[in-house]
Design a protein around this ligand. Structure first.
Ligand code: ATP
Length: 209
């Protein structure tokens, strides 16, 4: 089984890296692919270029076997739709279960995603919840796909929905960018190699508007 964690990673931080490791171990995944979104369709465009965001990711996972950067969205023109990314991964891995991990916030807006129902043709969807938060009510389309336990995910290569609690570190890329613009030290929120890269390339030095 292969895990997929998409995001803007502007920049990658320990919140992302810890959940990647969590889900790798919880689901016994062969690998987790961190996929930087080249042109995110549903939000403001990132401050750092897609290439720089994927270089920061590569530095972050360098010594972590099982976590890898997948830069396939960088080669596609136009908005980076997850359904296209999953289709492309499915071509590479025709027989393996794919697990797409998304945060609760993203799940709450899933029905706004381009061709969201088709995501389930290519992958299982795993919603990463916070400890102590009870699952919100789901119905209809989602209810019929709900897996009762994680073992069910291994029985098909796609099509199921599952909720999994993961470690929540109170870290966000937005807060890190703001700290850097305000000349505060972001140490221990993200890997040192990423901090060095940010400094070298003078990223995030001006406040966002
Ligand atoms: P921004 O602050 O720029 O919105 P972000 O820190 O939320 O960025 P994204 O790249 O948008 O990071 O997130 C990618 C994925 O990682 C999403 O599924 C998101 O829910 C999850 N994620 C982000 N931060 C954390 C965190 N601290 N703990 C657990 N999951 C996180």
């Amino acid at each position: 089984m292969i895990g997929i964690l998409g995001g803007t990673f502007d920049p990658v931080h320990y919140g992302h890296l810890r959940v990647a490791l969590d889900v790798k171990e919880i689901f016994g995944l062969t690998e987790v692919r961190l996929i930087p979104s080249a042109i995110p369709p549903h939000r403001e465009q990132p401050a750092a270029s897609a290439l720089m965001r994927s270089e920061m990711l590569a530095l972050a996972v360098k010594n972590q076997p099982g976590l890898r950067v997948d830069a396939r969205e960088l080669d596609r023109p136009g908005a980076s739709y997850m359904v296209d990314t999953l289709y492309s991964l499915r071509q590479d891995f025709p027989a393996q279960a794919l697990l797409l991990f998304i945060g609760t916030d993203a799940f709450n807006h899933l029905t706004d995603w381009y061709r969201w129902r088709d995501l389930f043709d290519y992958a299982h969807l795993v919603v990463m919840t916070r400890p102590g938060i009870t699952m919100q009510k789901i119905d209809g389309f989602f209810n019929g796909r709900l897996a009762r336990n994680k073992q069910e995910l291994a029985q098909a290569i796609a099509g199921k929905l599952f909720f999994q609690t993961v470690t929540q570190l109170d870290i966000s890329a937005t807060a890190i960018r703001r700290m850097i613009a305000e000349k505060q030290n972001p140490g221990f929120l993200l890997p040192d190699a990423v901090i060095a890269y940010i400094k070298q390339n003078k990223l995030y030095e001006t406040e966002e508007t």
